[in-house]
Design a binder for this molecule. Structure first.
Ligand code: GLU
Length: 425
């Protein structure tokens, strides 16, 4: 089955996306040499003592793709299928994501090859600390600032922060974002990615003349991004008829009652499994990939890479696709959907709310001050709307898809910063 487990071509995909925009901008070979490839790739072997006394060695990565506009910024994911190729792709997307929303950060990403479900809480803590300790010279304020990603959250960030702080013998909350509120985390960070997704969807609906109140929605993925996006869209009045996670895909023709579904998943390790028995009118799809092909107005892929490709793109029926995940569409899918007139809000714009509030968290940490939720929301709203407007303007002026437009806006900013800095030696 194509999909969740086939992620080997994420880097090819990211490179092709870059090339399309670079061609339109007529970048010179020198400009491309400065900004396309990652600047620093680190791989570490991470020995961890398991509860049974055995030592298991895990593999961890950190890629710093570009630091022209600021320190590398991006999450760390814990997943059994993490590869260096994938982390490279995700780091490239972070560079251009930060540039699209115009925050003073570069791009980075990390990953550990592990299935965290198979670890005890103690094993997970030892692995997280070992990862940070092994890469302690790579990270740091002004250098590289990690954050949550797939299967990592505030607790892992707290262990990262503590490891760094103990090592340097100083309280250093600014070295990592997405922390718990008690340790310098920001109000609004937990829901920020999904809040940004919904800001983008609202702007796109206005452009398409699509009424959110009567829109139907399917969301792939029920982690931080998918779960909160579904809830937010439900609160906006949409009928959310499709939901999925790695335990299955489910349809409710009359719409899911999202607050109750979330209550249900919260008592079951966040998983949707069994939701078809717990709620009336909910059925399980035989093939989970069919979720993407439901007849909905808005589709939110919020799981992993390469979910819609040249094979299933012709069967997509949504009018609007909002990429909550990083890299869920291949360039083949982009071409087919563009031909069909489907509007795709690209990942580097659509899910940039997370890193935007990460940036706001870092600013607060550096001031030693905490803003109100309203203040954070106001900044997030302003930053996302400005980014959407500049991408939409480029899309309309140059008659290019939104993804290419987003890369054009972002690459121009990174190239300019890179040229202004010049070469040190
Ligand atoms: N992992 C998130 C992303 O892919 C957030 C990164 C961050 O906050 O630095 O954008």
């Amino acid at each position: 089955m194509r999909g969740i487990f086939d992620r080997t071509s994420a880097l090819d995909n990211a490179m092709r996306q870059f090339d399309r925009a670079a061609e339109i901008l007529e970048l010179t070979p020198n400009q491309i040499a400065m900004i396309k490839e990652p600047r620093r790739v680190t791989q570490a072997r991470l020995p961890v003592q398991m509860d049974n006394g055995q030592i298991k060695v895990f593999t961890g990565y950190r890629v710093q793709h570009n630091v022209a506009r600021g320190p590398a910024k991006g999450g760390v994911r814990f997943h059994p299928k993490v590869t260096l190729d994938e982390v490279n792709a995700l780091a490239l997307w972070m560079t251009y994501k930060c540039a699209v929303v115009d925050i003073p950060m570069g791009g980075g990403k990390g990953g550990v090859v592990v299935d965290p479900k198979e670890l005890s809480a103690g094993e997970l803590e030892r692995l997280a600390r070992r990862y940070f300790a092994e890469l302690i010279d790579v990270f740091g304020d002004g250098r590289d600032i990690p954050a949550p990603d797939v299967n990592t959250g505030p607790q892992v960030m707290a262990w990262f922060m503590d490891t760094f702080s103990m090592h340097t013998k100083m309280f250093r909350p600014e070295v990592v974002t997405g922390k718990p509120l008690e340790l310098g985390g920001s109000l609004g960070r937990e829901t920020a990615t999904a809040d940004g997704v919904v800001i983008c969807i609202k702007e796109a609906c206005e452009h398409l003349n699509l009424d959110l109140k009567t829109a139907t929605v399917a969301v792939q993925g029920f982690g931080n991004v998918g779960g909160y996006s579904a809830l937010n869209l439900y609160n906006e009045g949409c009928r959310v008829i499709g939901l999925s996670d790695d335990t299955g895909a489910f349809v409710a023709e009359d719409g899911f009652d999202l607050p109750r579904v979330r209550e249900y998943t919260q008592s079951r390790k966040g998983k949707l499994a069994g939701v078809e028995n717990a709620f009336e009118g909910v059925r399980r799809l035989e093939d989970p990939q069919e979720l993407l092909e439901l007849p909905v107005d808005i589709l939110v892929p919020a799981a992993l890479e390469n979910q819609i490709d040249g094979e299933n793109a012709p069967r997509i029926r949504a009018r609007l696709i909002a990429e909550g995940a990083n890299g869920p569409l291949t360039t083949e899918a982009d071409d087919i959907l563009d031909e069909k007139g489907v509007l795709v809000i690209p990942d580097i714009l659509c899910n940039a709310g997370g890193v935007t509030v990460s940036y706001l968290e870092w600013v607060q940490n550096r001031m030693g001050y905490a803003w109100t939720a309203e203040r954070v929301q106001e900044d997030l709203d302003r930053i996302m709307k400005a980014a959407f407007a500049s991408v939409l303007k480029t899309h309309l002026e140059r008659n290019i898809p939104l993804r290419v437009a987003a890369f054009v806006v972002a690459i121009e900013r990174v190239t300019r910063a890179s040229e202004l800095r010049g070469l040190y030696a």
